[in-house]
Each structure stands twice: as C-alpha cells, then as structure tokens.
Design a protein around this ligand. Structure first.
Ligand SMILES: [Zn+2]
Length: 431
C-alpha cells in the first residue's frame, strides 16, 4: 500500500494537470514541439548576423528578420529610426489590436555586446548546447517571442489579443539621452497593462519580479593647498584627502545597511592637481607628500530597489557632504540611468500565473529571483507604469562572453510556457 499511494497521487496529479491544459493550449504545444528544428534554425540565422549595438546596419538586418515574421502574423510593424546624434540602429515595434483583454507588451532587444570586429561570430551546436554571440542575451529570447506568437496564431488565438512587441536596438548601450532612445518603449509601457521581458532566464524555476535600478554620483572635494607642516592648523585645515576620507567613511557607516541598497566608489583621484575623463573612465593625479592636497574627485555608482530608497540615500549622502572639516568644501552630483523595478503585487500576480502554467505543463514551480543578483534592463524603464515579469527568456551560460551558450533542451519547453502565459494573461485578466 505504501508504494501504491504515491503512484496514485502521481497519476491523479497528471490527470488534474492534463485537464488544466485547454484544447487551444494543446494546439500551441503541438505546434511548438513540431517546429523545434525550425525555431533553432531561426535562432541560428539571427545569431549569424552581427548586431553589436554600434553596428546599426546589423541591428536593422536582424530587426528585418523579425519584422517579416511579425508581418506574416498580422502585426502592424514599424521601424523606428533614431536621430543621427544618438548613433544607434533604431527599434522594431509591432502591434496587434483587437482583443478585449489587457494589452500585453513583449520585450526583446536586437543588439548584442559583440561588435563587428569581434571574433565570436557564428552559431555552433554540440548536442543540446548551442554556442554563439547573443544566443541567450538575447536572440534566444527574441526567437521565443516570435515562436510563442506563431503558436498562438496556429491555435487561432492570436487575432483576439492586444499585443505590442518591442525590439529595442540599443539595450546593451542605450543611446543618449534616454528620453529619446527610450521614448517609444515608455509610450508602449504606458499603453500596456502587462509587460513581459524575455531576457535570460535564471533557471527553469525562477522569474524576475524586481530589478534594482542603477545610477551614478560624483564627488568633488576642495582643500587649501599649503605646506604639509601646517596641516591641522586653523589657516590650513584638513586638506581635501582627509575630508574625502571622512565623507566616504560616513557613507559606509551611515548610509550602508538597507536591503538592496548598495553604492560603490569606483575611482578616486586626489592631490594638488587632478583630472578625470568619465567617457574614458580614466584620469591623472599629481601630488607631493609635503603638500596638503587641494583636490579630490570620486566617481561611483548606486543601486536601489525603489525611487524612495534612492532619494533617501541621496539625501543622506548630501547631508554628510555638507558637514565639512576645517578649510575644506565638497559637492556631490547625481545622475540617473536605470530606474528600479519594484516587486509589486501586480508583478507577483503575474508570477503566480506563470507558476500555474509551468505546473500544468509539468515543468514545476516558478519562484521570484533575488533582485540583488540581477542588473537593470529595458523593462526597468516602464516598470512604474505596468505590471511586469522578466527573465522569461532562454537558459544558458556566459552571457556577454565569447563562451555564451544556450541550453537547447529547455528552448521549446520555455517557449511553450511563454505561449501559454501570454494566452492565459490575455484571457484571465480582462479589464
Ligand atoms: Zn539583454
């Protein structure tokens, strides 16, 4: 009897699961399983076109392959060129209107970190492991979007959905200013109810409900340059280097500590003469042991999980910077780059639906991934407007390195899951 009960339970759960999959969903699954080779060939074709962020022709060429597929599915597609001053390839956006359900935004990116002169150029396969530039970040995820949509189409379930597909052309190194390069993405985010990002998955059992935002800060400290024998005297004071040490130490002891807040001084230059070029991340310093330092610059980064956390940290830093040692002064400036994606209730509800889909397919539970371990991504720019889930892309290893791989044994299962997720979200959450 002991042995029979687990078996019965197992059978029961298989039966229950099987009932959870609708006939339309079964058609999607069948479509994907019978088009595995085609989907892998499609991935290979896109991987073999170099689309480094700074190779606009390549970015557009890859975009045109996706455009052709999306046109064939009935999407209205448009290529969005960016002003020449941004020096970027542009974006491909596609839209399908017609559903009564929520507007679902699917996010991918055309560009890769491998520029035109990089020797890592082509797709190769060894068993279940595919190797090639951007196989997992994120041409694999892009192919998942296309094939999930094809599966919905094959089941006759695409025409009644409202879907926007956004393939940006400069995710790895967004064009500046962000207000221009991310304009269309933000507009799509405002229009959408749900955003699904297909960046690399952190395992079959994880999805991303939160990502930390990132920003920068620069500190400039001035002291009174003088002979070192006079340091600590009323007229000479502490010098710029002691003042900088005070400030950084206070950041460490007074601002550090909140969960998911981190900040890092990445470079420091101090002495009597310093220069720093942020575009090159390089600088020079000159100083002598018998001269009190007059100048220090520090450049750093700050990561945060919410705007409130970021603002709170910044105001604490400003307070510390004001409190100067004798005969010194200091200023701190902040720059924004990526906003945070907070783990909202809406995001958690999307994760619950994904978890259900995954269990129904027999692929097991899906949990929230630790936001401290993920960098920022395009979904961060719209997280304040929509419920979102990211990390729905492929599994693999070595993203951004010349040993980047995709685990092809999970490629179709993850695409099945994506197709069913889009389908259910569109049907369940009618607004
Ligand atoms: Zn990416």
């Amino acid at each position: 009897m002991k042995k029979i009960i687990p078996l019965l339970l197992f059978l029961l759960s298989t039966v229950v699961s099987a009932q959870e999959i609708s006939s339309s969903e079964q058609k999607m699954i069948d479509f994907l399983r019978s088009h595995e080779k085609e989907q892998i060939d499609f991935l290979e074709q896109t991987v073999n076109i170099n689309s480094g962020t700074m190779n606009p022709e390549g970015v557009k060429e890859v975009g045109m392959l996706y455009k052709k597929e999306l046109d064939a599915l009935g999407f209205k597609t448009r290529w969005i060129s960016l002003p020449d001053s941004l020096n970027r390839g542009g974006h491909l956006f596609a839209e399908m209107e017609g559903g009564k359900g929520p507007v679902i935004l699917l996010i991918g990116h055309l560009d890769t970190v491998f520029e035109k002169d990089h020797e890592f150029r082509t797709f190769s396969r060894d068993g279940d492991i595919g190797t090639g530039p951007a196989v997992n970040d994120m041409k694999g995820g892009n192919a998942m979007i296309i094939y999930a949509l094809k599966a919905l189409h094959a089941a006759g379930e695409l025409k009644n959905k409202s879907i926007i597909v956004a393939f940006t052309g400069d995710e790895e190194k967004p064009g500046q200013p962000l207000s221009v390069s991310r304009h269309d993405l933000v507009e799509a985010g405002k229009k959408a109810d749900i955003a699904l990002g297909f960046e690399t998955a952190s395992g079959m059992d994880y999805a991303t409900v939160a990502r930390r935002g990132s920003s920068g800060w620069s500190l400039e400290v001035k002291g009174k340059q003088a002979h070192s024998s006079g340091i600590f005297s009323e007229s000479t004071g502490a010098g710029a280097i002691f003042e900088t040490a005070r400030i950084l130490n206070s950041f460490y002891t007074e601002v550090k500590g909140e969960e998911l807040l981190s900040f890092n001084p990445g470079i420091i230059l101090g002495g009597t003469e310093v220069s720093y070029d942020p575009t090159q991340s390089k600088g020079t310093a000159f100083g002598k042991t018998n001269v009190v330092a007059g100048d220090v610059v520090v450049h750093g980064g700050l990561r945060f999980i919410s705007e409130e956390q970021k603002e709170n940290a910044r105001s604490k830093m400003k307070e510390i910077v004001k409190n100067n040692l004798p005969q010194t002064s200091a200023t701190i400036a902040f720059t924004d780059s990526y906003p945070a994606m907070k783990p909202t209730e809406g995001n958690m509800a999307l994760l619950e639906t994904l978890d259900e889909v995954s269990r129904d397919l027999g692929y097991g539970e899906v949990k929230a991934y630790d936001p401290g371990k993920r960098g920022a991504a395009d979904i961060s720019f719209i997280a304040q407007y929509v419920d979102g889930l990211d990390g729905l892309g492929v599994m693999g290893s070595g993203a951004h390195s010349p040993t980047e791989t995709i685990d092809l044994s999970t490629f179709i299962p993850l695409t099945e899951r994506a197709a069913l997720l889009i389908h259910r979200l569109s049907n369940n959450n009618k607004k």
